[in-house]
Ligand binder design. Structure first.
Ligand code: ADP
Ligand code: NI
Length: 213
């Protein structure tokens, strides 16, 4: 592995050492590994994909609101490692286009961005996606489920970021939308399988909630 990538892995490991909200070092590592697998199939630029995947959450608006606009944390790492300014701007653009923002989400303008976005979203699906949703809900003092609170579909970025709901509703408000938003064929296939598992989980959850033994 290139020294630069090793350094980026060390940087994010240190950066996320006290983070428990579901955006942690191992999330970043999974996104990186998945993104590389998709990048190989799509013949994309592996180094750009790797750096964008590894740095994609260090300026997340929820974790680091003061650096999120200019991606200061990512920029600082890239400048210190002598990456030229064109590649830095490209990596920051990729990071900027990744995030899920309800109906304001964007399709990334580069192949590398499409790949990192897919990899990030795949980590919100499947067994790990279920675990992350409940970890996030607990971390934000959300209740798991309330049959009287209905999911709100088609929210804008502002609504998506500001409304308070239940963790089960999050499946309908975001997670079940992700499959159809995947950019690459490989990610779409993986998403299909992971979503099916989550649908089964939700039906079992509701069944047990309703007292069916
Ligand atoms: P992204 O990585 O696209 O920016 P988020 O920051 O919205 O995604 O989400 C990070 C993780 O936390 C994901 O696994 C997501 O499903 C989960 N999460 C985000 N918002 C909620 C919520 N309101 N309830 C439960 N889980 C959530
Ligand atoms: Ni992420």
């Amino acid at each position: 592995m290139e020294l630069l990538i090793k350094k980026a892995i060390g940087f994010v490991k240190d950066f996320f050492k006290n983070e428990y909200s579901g955006h942690d070092f191992y999330h970043t590592l999974r996104v990186y590994n998945t993104a590389i697998e998709i990048a190989k199939e799509e013949q994309a630029n592996i180094r750009t994909v790797s750096l964008a995947a590894l740095l994609h959450d260090v300026d997340d608006v929820k974790l680091s609101p003061s650096t999120s606009l200019n991606k200061d944390n990512a920029r600082k790492f890239l400048i210190e490692n002598n990456i030229d300014y064109k590649e830095i701007d490209l990596i920051c653009k990729i990071i900027d286009e990744i995030s899920y923002k309800g109906t304001d989400s964007v399709k990334p303008s580069t192949l590398e961005g499409c790949i990192v976005q897919d990899a990030d979203r795949l980590d919100a699906l499947g067994a790990i996606g279920i675990a992350r949703a409940f970890a996030y809900g607990g971390n934000h003092n959300r209740i798991m489920y309330d049959p009287e609170i209905l999911p709100e579909l088609n929210m804008s970025e502002y609504e998506y970021r500001n409304h308070v709901s239940t963790t089960i509703n999050h499946f309908y408000e975001k997670l079940f939308n992700l499959k159809s938003l995947m950019n690459t064929k490989k990610a779409h296939e993986i998403a299909e399988n992971r979503e099916q598992y989550m649908q089964e989980f939700i039906s079992k959850f509701i069944n047990e909630w309703e007292g069916n033994l």
